[in-house]
Design a protein around this ligand. Structure first.
Ligand code: PXP
Length: 249
């Protein structure tokens, strides 16, 4: 199987919100990313609305429907965002931490104690409100956390690759990260949930992950939108797709 690319277009909205203008158009960016080969679009409706706005969610969903590709909505465990998710019915929801207490020290979801109950409650509401929705949990590569994800009946985990990326970019040893990714992937196979990656990835630090061959989906945003300043969104997405489709999972 070839790995899939989810293009996170949040930072097109960051630029738009910086001036409160209508441009750059998120809908145009959504079209261009999908036309250029993205397998899905990812957006994060944050509680502080710093980039994606409420009206963007159904608009991007419509574009995804036109290309018959999934929308992956990232959200924190908040009732208000839940209502918007239920109204829009994305194919995938990725639950992410937004507040301090929802994070582990590294940055993925805290699934201990109250954190577990919070995710369990929101997951149940999402499954009731959006029949057939697939839920992924943005977490650290840790076996205890994998066990919690299995208990929560997650359809996928999205492994937080941000710390790996920082170490790689500083040319530091990343072998312990790769070992953790491999170990957690073994667990995911046996527990039968999908294994995704996201955060901090670019065209260089993704290579060791592609070579490891354990992630079936990558969600990449900041680098793709930044690189688009120089090479355009269509070429950037098309080149990135080409790069990752050279590998197998
Ligand atoms: N996956 C998740 C869960 C995220 O929160 C983000 C950042 O919004 C990304 C992927 C994309 O990360 P980046 O913008 O660093 O590529």
């Amino acid at each position: 199987m070839k790995p899939r690319l989810g293009v996170n277009i949040d930072h097109v909205a960051t630029l738009r919100q910086a001036r409160g203008e209508k441009y750059p158009s998120l809908v145009d960016a959504a079209h261009k990313a999908l036309e250029s080969g993205a397998d899905q679009l990812t957006i994060h409706l944050r509680e502080d609305r710093r980039h994606i706005q409420d009206y963007d969610v159904p608009a991007v969903k419509l574009v995804c429907e036109r290309y018959n590709r999934p929308l992956n909505l990232e959200m924190g465990a908040s009732e208000e965002i839940l209502d918007i998710a239920v109204a829009t019915k994305p194919e995938w929801i990725c639950l992410v931490p937004e507040k301090r207490e929802e994070r582990t020290t590294e940055g993925g979801l805290n699934l201990k104690g109250e954190g577990y109950s919070r995710v369990e409650a929101i997951t149940a509401k999402l499954r009731t409100g959006i029949p057939g929705v697939k839920i992924s949990l943005f977490v650290e590569a840790d076996l205890d956390i994998m066990e919690c994800c299995a208990k929560l009946n997650a359809d996928a985990v999205e492994i937080h690759t941000g710390d790996f990326a920082i170490h790689y970019n500083r040319e530091e040893d990343v072998s312990r990260f790769l070992e953790d990714f491999k170990r957690c992937h073994e667990y995911s196979k046996q527990a039968k949930f999908a294994f995704h990656a996201g955060h901090g990835l670019d065209d260089k630090n993704i290579i060791p992950l592609l070579e490891l061959g354990v992630f079936e989906e990558y969600n990449v945003g900041h680098w793709i939108i930044s690189q688009s300043l120089f090479t355009g969104l269509e070429k950037t997405v098309a080149d990135y797709c080409k790069l990752i489709k050279n590998y197998q999972v």
